[in-house]
Write a protein that binds this ligand. Sequence first.
Ligand code: GDP
Length: 316
Amino acid sequence: MNEVFALGGKKIWVAGHKGMAGSAIVRRLQRENCTILTATRQELDLLGQRQVEDWVSRNKPDAVFLAAATVGGILANATRPAEFLYENLVIETNIIHAAYKAGVRKLLFLGSSCIYPKLAPQPMTESALLTGPLEPTNEWYAIAKIAGIKLCQAYRKQYGCDFISAMPTNLFGPGDRYDLTQGHVVAALIMKIAAAKKENRDTVELWGSGEPKREFLFVDDLADALVFLMKHYSDLEHINVGTGKEMTIRELATRIAKVAGWHGKFTYDVSKPDGTPRKVMDVSRLSAMGWAAQTPFDDAMDRTWRAYLESLDHPK
Ligand code: GDP
């Protein structure tokens, strides 16, 4: 596919560079001949409109990866709806509008597979957007992310901005949020299995029934897809990013246990929510452009597991 935007020699701002996705984008961009711009929370509060506009007009990035967001797992979403809706709306409107005002040439907005209706036909195609009610446990986050897609489309239509959107499936990898109440399932299971191993326990409790199906994408594969889209894609419609493969939560737990070398059993706390029953992306649009995820699941999990153990030895 033709390159529509070259990264060589450009200044690229990764908004959200401390997060799991943002830090993987930085790792990936280090292989491109570009200057990477980042701003810490102390330097730049993304919730402050004036601050964001001033920072962007001063630093003049040529392109922006918008990976900054307030994120969390199923329980965090369900218990902090105001933060998830307000903060995500404000971060994305501030950055997108500032990018437009400063003449940023390209912007990639990062969304999430939870934008699709709870009962969308599986695998979910891009056209399933806004065809039915959302999954209630994460509708606040989803509404904000849908607004982000629409902002990119609106700025493209009205002002001709080359702003695109990518919707990744469930992510995992180094730099994930290791917090049992706020985090996502992979990080939570890594923590639980590591603790069981250390304490010689032979059971680990999972939330829900273990039956829901999810797709898991290694975050370094995501970063590779985003750089690919930045270079090759310029259009209105958002693009799904995933592997197109799914597994049950029970199978996920078993595969993490195998990588970890833990031989215990799983129990199920059915008082906790299952969330949406099945969530797998149709990635045929991205595949047709010539991109596919390269890292086998067990290799990616092994790297993630080792990064977690290292982070325990060297806390930040
Ligand atoms: P979701 O994909 O938006 O539902 O977010 P999560 O990654 O938080 O949860 C995915 C699935 O894993 C849900 O069905 C959870 O109930 C299930 N799950 C099982 N054990 C855990 C756990 O310890 N933490 C989390 N966050 N989810 C778990």
